[in-house]
Design a binder for this molecule. Sequence first.
Ligand code: PXL
Length: 287
Amino acid sequence: MKRIVTIQDISCIGRCSLTVALPILSSMGVEACVLPTAVLSGHTAFPSFSFHDLTEEIPKISAVWEQQKLCFDAIYSGYLGSVRQIRMMLDFYTRFGEQGVLKIADPAMADAGKLYQGFDDKFAQAMKELCGKADIIVPNLTEGCILSGTPWREDTDAAFCEEIAAKLGTLGAGRVVLTGFSTGKDNIGALAYDSATGESFCCLNERYPVSFHGTGDIFASVLSGALTRGMAYRDAVQLAVDFDHDCIGKTLEDPDHRWYGVNFEQALPGLIRRMQDTVILKSVEKV
Ligand code: PXL
């Protein structure tokens, strides 16, 4: 079984970071190991929250894993709490990111035109460095603008996104998957840009006229799980787009839905079916 390590916070309530990454990765048939960066009462969009920093645990846990010669098929990082934690991620890449280990970085630090509470330009600069060392980065449009030094605009179009993706390609990651991409007001999805060839493709689905917290974390988790299982890149990006769409759909069907995240739990059976279909297809191909 493939094994992934995911490095992000535990927001005790909020359906984001580890509380979505773990169930999604497990449902996708990947062993999920965690390196928690902090424990918060809830994500930072709650009106108030507690924050217990776990920075000191990161080198301790990594040292034991290294001593035990543990290795991972993929390293997937999400929300990191400080520049120091970003430096620790870079160190983690050196220790565990040898050839063949897929390094996926979600620069979870901003949305809707601004940095999340607690982050500043110094943090964004350090995140740029991490994004340069990853194989795949998964920024949303706001993060893409910040990381590429492009002023943010609300009225983005496909050409603007292509421009951002190409700029992000110069940071160093081989593949840029820019989320929140659309070619019109009725669709939304992701633009996947290949830094080596300059080629790109997009994966889209129907757009709901709403936006929910945690969909970026869900996207990155599905993409990480699918690629770790060996799914073709384009299929993996489409699966992540479709799963976010299904999660929002399930949320809107629920008249009592919560404000702070999506009903991803109700979309998980569909994700498991799609993974099984892919595995079945693969074994048919082998025959
Ligand atoms: O969804 C990204 C995220 C993860 N973790 C924490 C957050 C956020 C976004 O606000 O606050 C703690």
